[in-house]
Ligand binder design. Structure first.
Ligand SMILES: O=C(O)CCC(=O)C(=O)O
Ligand SMILES: [Fe+2]
Length: 238
């Protein structure tokens, strides 16, 4: 038996979520339990508002006609495969909501939390939080059976970090490499309240969500079922 078969890389890492932040690769940091339950509930309330429009949650159409299983609402800039615009030309033509000031502050705090010197992240990343100013958020909602294939976030004209927040059901997050959408990759659980930041040499790492684990949303997070993921980005557009 090959060692690859014996120790498959795709085995979900039995990470100790209580062990604190962990750097998976240069500039890729997982901070378990970063948001309190109270913060999570507050964000879920905002999510309820964002989905009221003017642009509703929608499953984006991919080139070739298939639709994504994840539904998304955007803030600041509207994303459609594979570009950003101020209006949702592929939905209802309406302008998307502004990127909230509180989310800029949260994004800076997230980068500061992830890129702390104690974690051994590269010096060039420490201090990045001062200048980090996200201007777009993709707010994804995963319900029964929703998943996201391996991809790079590369529609931004900036290599500033992506900040990812998870609320609700636990998912398997597949974090790969910058060269291919296949192995080697690491599968880890992103749970309600977790922060994941990928920037620096990891900014263009392929990643995806093979599955969400139904029934795993913790009491008090504001969501009974499904999973919300917010990714903040710097578009580099004006
Ligand atoms: O749901 C997630 O955790 C990842 C979402 C993602 O990769 C994206 O929106 O580009
Ligand atoms: Fe992504």
């Amino acid at each position: 038996m090959s060692d690859d078969a014996l120790f498959p890389l795709e085995l979900v890492q039995q990470e100790n979520h209580d062990a604190g932040p962990r750097q998976l690769g240069p500039g890729a940091v997982h901070v378990p339990g970063w948001l309190s339950l109270e913060q999570q509930r507050w964000i879920v309330e905002r999510f309820g508002e964002w989905t009221q429009g003017p642009v509703p949650l929608r499953a984006a159409s991919l080139p070739g006609g298939r639709r994504m299983s994840v539904r998304t609402v955007c803030l600041g800039w509207h994303w459609q495969p594979y570009r950003y615009s101020r209006t949702a030309t592929d939905v209802n033509g309406q302008a998307v909501l502004d990127f909230p000031e509180w989310m800029v502050r949260l994004g800076k705090k997230a980068v500061a939390a992830a890129y702390s010197p104690e974690l051994g992240v590269d010096e060039s990343l420490v201090g990045l939080s001062d200048v980090y100013a996200p201007d777009a958020a993709l707010v994804n909602y995963y319900d029964d059976g929703a998943a996201m294939g391996m991809h790079q976030d590369k529609d931004e004209h900036s290599n500033a970090p992506v900040v990812s927040l998870s609320i609700g059901e636990t998912c398997i997050f597949r974090f790969g490499n910058t060269q291919t959408r296949t192995k080697p990759y690491t599968d880890l659980e992103l749970r309600s309240g977790d922060l994941f930041v990928f920037g620096g040499p990891s900014r263009f790492t392929y990643h995806g969500i093979p599955k969400v684990l139904p029934g795993t949303a913790p009491d008090g997070c504001g969501l009974d079922r499904g999973r919300i993921n917010i990714t903040m980005r710097v578009t580099g557009l004006s």
